[in-house]
Design a protein around this ligand. Sequence first.
Ligand code: ADP
Ligand code: MG
Ligand code: MG
Length: 207
Amino acid sequence: MALNQEWVLRWTELATRAAQTHREELTALDRAIGDADHGENLDRGFTAVSEALSQTPQEDPAQTFRTIAMTLMSKVGGAAGPLLGTAYLRLSSAAKPAMEAGDVAAMIEAASAGIQARGRATEGEKTMVDAWAPASRAAQEAAQSGADCVGVLQAAASAAANGAQNTLDMVATKGRASYLGERSAGHLDPGAVSSSYLLDAALKAAD
Ligand code: ADP
Ligand code: MG
Ligand code: MG
């Protein structure tokens, strides 16, 4: 079954809830290798997103993703705001009123490419790219082998969770964590972990 605007709104609701639930955990991860604000940044951003979406009638996925992008860019701040804002802008451009498995994979690929372009980061630098890039690959493989929308999202969410775990041993070379050099190893990247929660919310919203 194709995904539609109802999925987008449900995804956003679950993402907002995840940002609340994992707020302390994400901030603790950021305390180890950053400035201890990632959970607060995301929670503040998605709370503002919920308000923004409830204030204007939402017509279609493209409009909703654009509203989310603008709100995250203005409310999250720091590194994550512009990066996630760019991801949602790319989702907006790639979204359709009815999204099939191939469209969903293309959207995840677009978001991942947007983050990489904005942050000038590649895989292995201990950033959110280490969740998004494997998610994008897994989503495309799933779509090509005939998975439906839920199958594509399952592949993406599980690859993102693995990717986030794989940041544990990485040495950061982008973002604040890079100031720690070798001492950044042994900690999970907060942005990779939160990105895996976002993709998990996308899956749960479709299930
Ligand atoms: P700040 O570092 O400004 O306090 P946050 O704590 O909200 O912002 O977000 C930090 C996260 O942003 C990191 O864990 C990492 O995943 C991500 N990040 C930082 N710099 C980059 C970059 N250049 N490219 C991709 N992701 C990045
Ligand atoms: Mg921070
Ligand atoms: Mg900060």
